[in-house]
Design a protein around this ligand. Structure first.
Ligand code: NAI
Length: 389
């Protein structure tokens, strides 16, 4: 798999091209927009210069990486690829059209992959004459820095294609987690309560954004609090992902989006990129707000942290219960894909199944909402006195 075609030279396509080229593959990057191709090239130059500054690579290595990448104007130019990875706009109809055209140029052996975050791989694969050659290969942003890649076989994907995809991604020095073709795969499903439950805590008036962020960082050891993180990702993007997951789970209340975030997105308070989100930012991207008084109330912080953590554990356990991925891959996905300080299932073991079940039941008894239903797996493990690892 040394000839790689990348379709779409935006944030993700550019990052994936850099990863493959660094590993010695010959990469062709295609985009319909010439401007996007130019930007991708300029961005790579900047990234590599910064790596030289940090003494992580030398000039020879920079030239080697750049020589491995060419930028092309026609989809036809990807004809000799062994593997193509599509990272264009998140629109099923457009992706299907591109896949179908691409298939008419490439050889029968070419693997055609998508980096989609929210569409089903089965639906994308259905656009191909040979759907068994299609697989989901989902990188995280920024692709060169994030170790995790989720590999998602569709129901049509052949075992050979799946295995080839896994071995190729591993040869690019990435950590693979295998996920079932279900909404949000692993990370974007299991991480939902980090945002959703934090928003709910805020909406109930229990604490402000800064207090909740402080709790998760100080007590939980998370690198960024949920509100900081949503501002970083962009409230438009994070809200859209939540909405898509909610809809594709047939409106399961566990994934219900929040009006607070919807209003922010509607108002254009998108976070860092607009200078205003949950927080206000100065021109250097630093938060202007002072830390709240409440952030020093450690009892409240502990309660907030425990509530968000148990909701995350419940989601991770339920993903395992429904065979979305193995316990190892679920924990790997959250530590390597979104930098959680610990795997959630290992965290459940540490806290104990009694604590997990009792904490979630307490929430259910308080609210009587489906959102707070305990995963049957946690209950079973408590009953049988088991641990995940
Ligand atoms: P982006 O907007 O930065 O880049 C998309 C690029 O695709 C643009 O340069 C656009 O000109 C090009 N494009 C659009 N239609 C095209 C077509 N028909 N043929 C060729 N090129 C076309 O988008 P981004 O963020 O890189 O996302 C791309 C894909 O990766 C989406 O499916 C997204 O869901 C997924 N993804 C995004 C992540 C993120 O954090 N941004 C993380 C993981 C996956």
């Amino acid at each position: 798999m040394n000839k790689i075609g990348i379709i779409g030279s935006g944030t993700m396509g550019s990052g994936i091209a850099q990863v493959a080229a660094t590993s010695g593959c010959k990469v062709k990057v295609y985009d319909t927009n010439q401007d996007a191709l130019n930007k991708s090239k300029v961005a790579l130059e900047k990234v590599l210069l910064r790596l030289i500054e940090k003494e992580r690579i030398d000039e020879t290595e920079k030239n080697r990486i750049q020589d491995n990448i060419s930028y092309v104007n026609s989809l036809k130019d990807l004809a000799d690829s062994n593997l193509t990875i599509e990272a264009i706009v998140e629109n099923l109809e457009i992706k299907k059209k591109v896949f179908s055209e691409l298939e008419s140029y490439v050889s029968a052996e070419t693997i055609i992959a998508s980096n989609t975050s929210s569409l089903s791989i089965a639906s994308i694969a259905s656009s191909l004459q040979k759907p068994e050659r299609c697989v989901g290969i989902h990188f995280f942003n920024p692709a060169p820095l994030m170790a995790l890649v989720e590999v998602i076989p569709a129901i049509q994907t052949s075992q050979k294609v799946f295995e080839k995809a896994v071995s190729t991604i591993k040869s690019w020095n990435k950590t693979v987690a295998v996920a079932k073709d279900t909404p949000g795969f692993i990370v974007n499903r299991v991480a939902r309560p980090y945002y959703g439950e934090s928003l709910r805590i805020y909406e109930e008036g229990i604490a402000d954004f800064a207090t909740i962020d402080w709790s998760l960082k100080t007590i939980g050891g998370f690198r960024m609090g949920p509100f900081e993180l949503m501002d970083f990702i962009g409230n438009d993007i994070n809200y859209t992902v939540t909405k898509t997951v909610f809809k594709t789970f047939y409106y399961d209340s566990r994934f219900r989006p929040s009006f607070t975030q919807q209003r922010l997105a509607e108002a254009g308070y998108l976070g860092r990129k607009t200078g205003k989100g949950y927080y206000d930012y100065d021109e250097n991207g630093r938060v202007i707000l002072n830390e709240s008084e409440e952030s020093h109330n450690s009892e409240l912080a502990e309660q907030i942290f425990n509530r968000v953590l148990v909701m995350l554990i419940n989601e991770a356990a339920d993903a395992l219960f429904l065979n979305i991925a193995s316990a190892e891959d679920i924990d790997k996905a959250m530590t390597k894909g979104v930098n959680y300080p610990k795997g959630l299932l290992a965290w459940a073991d540490e806290k104990g199944m009694d604590w997990c079940v009792d904490s979630i039941d307490e929430l259910y008894n308080e609210y009587h909402e489906e959102r707070y239903r305990c995963s049957p797996l946690l209950r079973k493990m408590k009953r049988e006195n088991k641990t995940f690892f």
